[in-house]
Design a protein around this ligand. Structure first.
Ligand SMILES: Nc1ncnc2c1ncn2[C@@H]1O[C@H](COP(=O)(O)OP(=O)(O)OP(=O)(O)O)[C@@H](O)[C@H]1O
Ligand SMILES: [Mg+2]
Length: 316
């Protein structure tokens, strides 16, 4: 029976204390079903601690948390069959092959011998590991191992999957492969709580993001909202002729009265713009004055800049 229709995860004032130290300090979360939710923070921010409490693996010290409407403290047995966790550290047996690892887990889950073999091979195929099925996993690359880890945690497709730093330490190619796996999972309707230290990862995968630092959530929203919250976009103009730069700059300043940022490149003009419509005005003015451009682009601040701005605010 479904208790909560909207939310996969609802958290109020969740707290975890180790001695005097508050690893997680009164956090609130609302995570809708079907969403990929990014939990973004640096080392020691409290990500794993939060995930372990939500996955009913660690006692909570304060506040409340429900998973699909069930209380993590009083109803863990209702929660466990519906969730899976891929931990920060690999849990596969190094001496077994990929196939043997998955078959073993299927058997533990109560699958028959025949069904176990079928499920293992299907998963290996789906995760691009079919050719490595009979290799010992100690011979797997980091990316292959992470994919096997994720495969192992979805032997039975969970309604909610916790992925704790699924791509930390992977090269860009392996990271992309893991991202593809995560995208495929969410298409099938699984809600995902993804912890990461990588802003780009949250940007690529997450529908919403919470930024956590020192046990507290310091910002929450979509990637676009988080970027917008720290300020304006930047218009990059590359002039065909460097000699036009002074004229272009004074034209922009007099027409729209905007602050120009210093650029190290002689042919480049950078303008901070709050409203994308202003970019059009600027381009028109330049065209009327006969100033030719090679390229122009309007960019939002990167999530890295957002993250730095947020964590610096905290420090100040
Ligand atoms: N069992 C424990 N006993 C004491 N302190 C702990 C324990 N587990 C975690 N901590 C502390 O709580 C804080 C948060 O740890 P946590 O593992 O949740 O961080 P994290 O965000 O997952 O970091 P990372 O990105 O490095 O995995 C850290 O300062 C850590 O040292
Ligand atoms: Mg961690």
């Amino acid at each position: 029976m479904e208790k909560s229709r909207e939310y996969a995860i609802e958290v109020r004032g969740l707290t975890k204390q180790f001695g005097d130290f508050k690893a997680v300090n009164k956090i609130d979360l609302n995570i809708e079903k079907g969403m990929v939710y990014g939990f973004l923070g640096p080392n020691g921010a409290g990500k794993t601690t939060t995930v372990r409490m939500l996955a009913t693996l660690l006692e909570i010290d304060g506040g409340t948390a429900t998973i699909f409407g069930y209380d993590v403290q009083t109803e863990p047995k209702k929660i466990r069959p519906r969730i899976a966790l891929t931990g920060q550290y690999s849990s596969v047996d190094e001496d077994l092959t990929g196939k043997e690892n998955l078959v073993m887990i299927c058997r533990l889950m109560g699958f028959s011998r025949k069904d176990s073999k079928k499920r293992a091979l299907d998963l290996l195929e789906a995760f691009g590991l079919f050719d490595a099925a009979n290799k010992q996993t100690k011979e797997y690359s980091g990316g292959m191992r992470r994919r096997l880890d994720i495969a192992a945690s979805i032997v039975v497709t969970p309604d909610l999957l916790f992925l704790d730093e699924p791509t930390t330490g992977l090269d860009p190619r392996s990271r992309n492969q893991v991202w593809d796996v995560i995208r495929a999972l969410t298409k099938a309707g699984t809600t995902v709580l993804l912890t990461t230290q990588y802003l780009e990862e949250a940007d690529q995968l997450a529908d919403r993001i919470a930024v956590i630092d020192k046990g507290e959530i310091i910002a929450e929203g979509t990637a676009t909202e988080l970027k917008a919250s720290v300020g304006s976009g930047m218009l990059h103009l590359t002039l065909k002729n460097e000699a036009d730069r002074t004229q272009a700059e004074s034209l922009i300043e007099s027409s729209v009265g905007l602050v120009l940022s210093e650029s190290s490149r002689a042919a480049e003009v950078l303008v901070k713009v709050e409203d994308p419509a202003i970019a059009t005005t600027i381009l028109n003015h330049l065209a009327e004055a006969g100033i030719e451009l090679v390229t122009f682009s309007l960019s939002q601040p990167s999530l890295d800049e957002v993250f730095l701005a947020l964590t610096e605010e905290e420090e100040a």
